[in-house]
Design a protein around this ligand. Structure first.
Ligand code: URA
Length: 263
């Protein structure tokens, strides 16, 4: 009997796309297996060799301390990107297509820290390029700012807490956020913006190291990494709750006023 896939390339491709949508990121084998050709009786697989017990040294690795040391060693943004690419303790890295590091101008006065890449960002290797990203661009365009603006006073520099996409866009875990935090803090130090925007609950909670209720704490100026910092509602939240755009507008005006004040 012929399998349905053999005759229909489009059906097979749709099936593959559907699996990718469900979160499959790797093929288990290098080549497809024709299960109709398999011998009736398969050889019993040999038991896998017992893994050696972790050495005392391996058991003692502290992913956060290692992230701190690697981040501290980065002397510029390229060095930081390379350090993050070399960091091996975050499992999200294995399922991601790209390390999403930044977009916009590093010389911008305003730096935005979002949450984590979604599917579009993972594909493009840039933060905020999907629907939420388009919303973010519209929000800042309303006060004359944008990531491609050549004037540092009107430009944006954008990054995320997590450089790798969490599967199915789940919330990043506390451990994942804690281990990537030193890299974000170093990123802020190296880019050295005048103002920081914490875009959404995950960004604010990670950098402030406590659970932030973003709908209550947005719009209040804080100090993070020795600079004025404004937590804002995430554009994805605004897409789901259009009535909250009024609050986002108030925060954008507050940002505009702060930029003038600091000039
Ligand atoms: N949401 C984020 O927080 N960051 C992105 O890069 C995309 C969506």
């Amino acid at each position: 009997m012929e399998s349905a896939w053999e005759n229909d390339w489009h059906l097979a491709r749709a099936y593959l796309a559907w699996q990718a949508e469900l979160g499959a990121t790797d093929a288990i084998c290098d080549a497809p297996v024709n299960r109709y050709d398999l011998p009736a009786k398969l050889e019993k697989p040999k038991p896998a060799p017992v893994a050696a017990a972790p050495t005392a040294e391996a058991a003692q690795v502290d992913p956060v301390a290692e992230a701190r040391a690697m981040a501290r060693g980065a002397q510029d943004l390229d060095g930081l990107r390379a350090a993050m690419a070399a960091y091996d303790h975050c499992e999200l890295k294995r399922g991601a297509r790209n390390l999403v590091f930044c977009d916009g101008a590093a010389s911008a006065r305003v730096m935005i820290v979002g949450e984590a890449p979604g599917r579009e960002e993972d594909r493009a290797g840039k933060p905020f390029v999907g629907e939420a990203g388009q919303m973010l661009d519209r929000m800042f365009a309303a006060i004359g700012m944008g990531r491609t603006n050549p004037d540092p006073a009107k430009a944006l520099y954008i990054t995320n807490i997590l450089p790798w996409r969490p599967p199915q866009n789940r919330d990043p875990s506390t451990e994942e956020r804690a281990m990537m935090r030193p890299f974000v803090l170093r990123h802020i130090e190296l880019a050295d913006p005048d103002i920081l925007i914490l875009m959404g609950r995950i960004s604010a909670s990670t950098l402030l190291e406590r659970d932030v209720r973003i709908t209550q704490e947005r719009g209040q100026w804080l100090d993070v990494a020795q600079r004025p910092t404004l937590p804002m509602l995430h554009p994805a939240y605004l897409l789901r709750n259009p009535a909250a755009k009024r609050d986002a507008w108030a925060d954008l005006l507050s940002l505009q006023a702060k930029l003038r004040e600091l000039t």
